[in-house]
Design a protein around this ligand. Sequence first.
Ligand SMILES: Cc1cc2nc3c(=O)[nH]c(=O)nc-3n(C[C@H](O)[C@H](O)[C@H](O)COP(=O)(O)OP(=O)(O)OC[C@H]3O[C@@H](n4cnc5c(N)ncnc54)[C@H](O)[C@@H]3O)c2cc1C
Length: 185
Amino acid sequence: MEFVNVVAIAPSDDDVRERLRVDAQAARMRAHYEGWDERLTRLLGYSDDRVVAWALNHQTPFPAWHHGHVALLGDACHTMLPYFSQGASQAIEDELVLAEQVAKAVRGELTVADALAGYSDRRAAHAGVVQTGALNNRALFHLPDGPEQRRRDGAFREHHRESDVSFDWIYDGTPLEDDPVPQAT
Ligand SMILES: Cc1cc2nc3c(=O)[nH]c(=O)nc-3n(C[C@H](O)[C@H](O)[C@H](O)COP(=O)(O)OP(=O)(O)OC[C@H]3O[C@@H](n4cnc5c(N)ncnc54)[C@H](O)[C@@H]3O)c2cc1C
């Protein structure tokens, strides 16, 4: 294996907060994980100085992603924290639903404006729940050591739901009306 891409999360500093994306020092990143499990620190120890620090921002969900003949998709309308690893996945779902809605306009079933309004209706609430769930997971994942953290770890061990948004809800089913993938029976 030539490359391993590792995403590690640590408290930010003003430089990252202001510039959003900066070149960072691997040693500083590793210092955040001193004393952690040896398997993790060994993995981080392989990193050279090609480390990039990104600021993490939560965006409050908003309900309408369209205006007339213009619609947004992806991070432009639902920037989310990474605690569900769903940013790109939600963008792909947007794209599929948008294609389905635009096809209705091409077939003359809807005006372009109504097709885009339908796209926004089908996607905005869903992505908003994932955004809020990711925000809630931030608190859950960063609990300090103590009784709440032990309760959380126990729930993880028993494979209980991680947060108020279940993984089943996120990963099951399809966002499409006309699902081209045959469902397993
Ligand atoms: C470190 C990291 C790890 C991640 N891990 C995951 C993961 O595991 N799972 C997951 O689902 N998501 C993950 N994400 C989130 C995911 O990368 C984003 O949610 C996703 O890329 C959003 O796609 P997008 O097309 O909306 O925006 P982008 O991918 O940001 O695409 C926007 C594009 O527009 C271009 N652009 C900007 N301005 C202009 C302009 N004026 N003219 C022309 N082009 C322009 C940009 O260069 C860029 O190519 C991760 C993100 C990061 C930073």
